[in-house]
Design a protein around this ligand. Structure first.
Ligand code: SAM
Ligand code: MG
Length: 214
């Protein structure tokens, strides 16, 4: 039977990355995606911006929307302070199976809770199911038309506190115009664009970092 791209990506990790070494997992995936097959990871260039935001915020609680193969999950988890927790949501079970193995290969599974299901179903249940009060950092990287409704849902569910950071990928390519309009014009956010390129290409894309002001 034919393998899928996520399975081949996992194969590249198992062949080329050192167990328990997150940087080598990231490097193996970037090498595979630059030289063999493009995949929708945040990638190395925007990944550096993600790294610096995680280091700067030093969050105790992180929510990631859209796990895919766990690339950004590993990037974030490997930079968290001790005892911090990252919840990552993925609604495609085939991707979740791969991501669990990538996360375990990197040795960051203790910091990560991968939850299978749709963001719209899980966001309202975060408090009761996972005992989360609020998230210090949210990385939005799921389907682009969900950024805005899920942000409003997180607000309604009280998952954001004054100072919570939203970091949104792909705000230019494929683009999230309604979300950008919202965070840039709402008095409840202070928002900043970080110009970069779409993963593994020269096409303009970037991350939008938005501070929730309460
Ligand atoms: N963050 C990953 C990284 O950089 O390595 C890439 C995530 S990929 C761009 C988007 C993922 O979000 C896909 O795997 C897709 O199945 C998942 N997804 C899309 N909409 C979702 C939703 N509403 N709830 C949960 N997962 C979703
Ligand atoms: Mg992305």
């Amino acid at each position: 039977t034919q393998s899928t791209r996520p399975q081949r990506l996992l194969g590249a990790v198992q062949k080329n990355a050192t167990r328990g070494h997150p940087r080598s997992v990231i490097q193996a995936i970037d090498h595979f995606c630059r030289n063999k097959e493009w995949a929708m990871n945040v990638g190395d260039e925007k990944g550096c911006i993600l790294d610096s935001v995680v280091s700067e915020v030093s969050p105790a609680t992180v929510l990631e929307l859209g796990t895919y193969c766990g690339y950004s999950t590993v990037r974030i988890a490997s930079r968290l302070p001790p005892h911090a927790k990252l919840i990552t949501l993925e609604f495609n079970p085939e991707f979740a199976v791969i991501a669990r193995q990538v996360i375990a290969w990197a040795g960051v599974e203790d910091k990560v809770q991968l939850v299978e299901g749709a963001s719209g179903d899980w966001i309202p249940r975060m408090k009761e199911q996972f005992g989360v009060k609020t998230f210090d950092l949210v990385f939005l990287d799921h389907w682009k038309d969900r950024y805005l409704p899920d942000t409003k849902l997180m607000e309604e569910c009280g998952l954001l506190r004054k100072g919570s950071i939203l970091l949104a990928d792909n705000v230019i390519c494929p683009g999230t115009p309604d979300y950008l309009e919202y965070v840039r014009n709402s008095p409840r956010y202070e928002s900043q664009y970080f110009k970069s390129h779409l993963e593994y290409t020269k096409v303009e894309d970037g991350l939008e970092k938005s501070v929730f002001l309460g």
